[in-house]
Design a protein around this ligand. Structure first.
Ligand code: HEC
Ligand code: HEC
Length: 305
């Protein structure tokens, strides 16, 4: 066969293969759009694993002390309103969230509502997660749905009256909750914006480090000023650059503390912060750790707790 003809034949075969491939991918794209759900590529699963760590989902949704399976819930969270038990968020179709659509998962994090349309208790910190980007929410679901389904049955919360009535939360949400994805400040550099996103939304640092009013809402004017009554009943330190707080800390002091758990005074961070570090911040990239430090050092100094 003369060379030009052979090249022509190869080009035809190549084109035919290319067309078949694009038709297949269009068909696949349409199919996954048809039920509205993205099955998630392996890259999405990997990105989701990182989001899960930065967001600290694992610690709350795993009953490590009770020997529970990862993400299968059952961890007790004691609060002034009673004890919450985190639910199973493995993809088990009956006992986990395996039957949830992308939209239901999105609405839980962005709007704090159950698939039936009821409000969630803010013990699930959707008050911070509401700022997550659509992309991070999609990747997180791809990761969760790539895990093994676990059959653990959810435990009902043990709450005091009237907090035990879920509908009362509707009122709380109208007063204190505003949904909306994080919007970067164009006047600030990219690292500051990334830090703000990690601290205020994914890392939900203020859920422990900000003081709360009597109905449990974070005071927006005292963000990160420390909390006299933290999750374990103890004091949670002030993260603003005030005297007696982080004024004397350099950015690298902050990075050391949240990556290795060691403060400039040589103390090891423990309790609930030890857990945040172990399952969360120690796994962050160097860029993300320094973004958090840049953001914290830029805050207005507030006294407290
Ligand atoms: C501070 C502890 C805590 C953290 C951190 C946390 N959750 Fe939860 N989560 C809860 C609690 C408690 C509930 C139950 C709330 C309720 O019953 O109203 C819950 C509920 C949920 C639900 C609803 C499940 C259902 O069956 O209705 C989903 C989904 C969920 N969390 C996913 C996540 C994801 C994803 C993350 C990380 C981005 C996360 N949670 C981080 C405590 C937590
Ligand atoms: C679950 C509650 C909780 C969350 C969430 C949390 N922290 Fe903490 N943090 C604590 C507690 C409690 C301490 C005090 C620990 C100790 O003294 O051993 C602390 C201590 C610290 C310290 C040391 C401050 C000092 O003066 O010694 C830094 C820095 C810090 N946290 C940063 C963060 C950042 C950044 C985030 C978000 C990515 C975060 N924390 C999220 C509870 C939390």
């Amino acid at each position: 066969m003369p060379g030009t003809q052979l090249r022509g034949l190869l080009a035809t075969i190549f084109l035919a293969l290319l067309c078949a491939f694009s038709v297949a991918s269009i068909a696949f794209g349409q199919e996954s759009q048809a039920n509205g759900d993205d099955p998630g590529t392996s890259e999405a699963v990997q990105r989701g694993a990182y989001v899960l760590r930065a967001a600290g989902c694992y610690g709350c949704h795993t009953d490590e002390k009770g020997g529970g399976a990862p993400l299968a819930g059952g961890r007790a969270l004691k609060t002034p309103f009673g004890t919450f038990y985190s639910p199973n968020i493995t993809p088990h179709p009956e006992h986990g969230i395996g039957a949830w659509s992308d939209a239901e998962f999105h609405d839980a994090l962005r709007h704090g509502v159950t698939p039936a349309g009821d409000p969630y208790y803010p013990a699930f910190p959707y008050t911070s997660y509401t700022g997550m980007t659509d992309a991070d929410i999609r990747d997180l679901k791809a990761y969760l749905f790539a895990q093994d389904p676990v059959e653990t049955v959810n435990k009902p919360h043990e709450l005091d009256f009237p907090y035990s009535m879920r509908f009362t939360l509707g009122i709380w949400k109208t007063l204190y909750f505003e949904a909306g994805a994080f919007e970067p400040d164009p006047a600030r550099e990219a690292a500051w914006n990334r830090g703000a996103y990690l601290v205020r939304h994914l890392g939900h640092c203020g859920e422990c480090h900000s003081p709360r009013g009597s109905l449990g809402a974070v005071d927006p004017d005292r963000e990160l000023a420390g909390n006299p009554l933290g999750p374990d009943g103890g004091k949670v330190p002030n993260l603003t650059p005030a005297e007696g707080a982080l004024a004397g800390w350099s950015e690298s002091d902050i990075v050391w503390a949240i990556r290795d758990g060691l403060t400039p005074e040589g103390d090891y961070l423990s309790d609930s912060m030890g857990e945040v570090i172990e399952h969360g911040t120690s796994h962050l990239t160097a860029d993300d750790l320094s973004a958090i430090a840049i953001y914290l050092k830029s805050l207005p100094p507030l006294s407290g707790p």
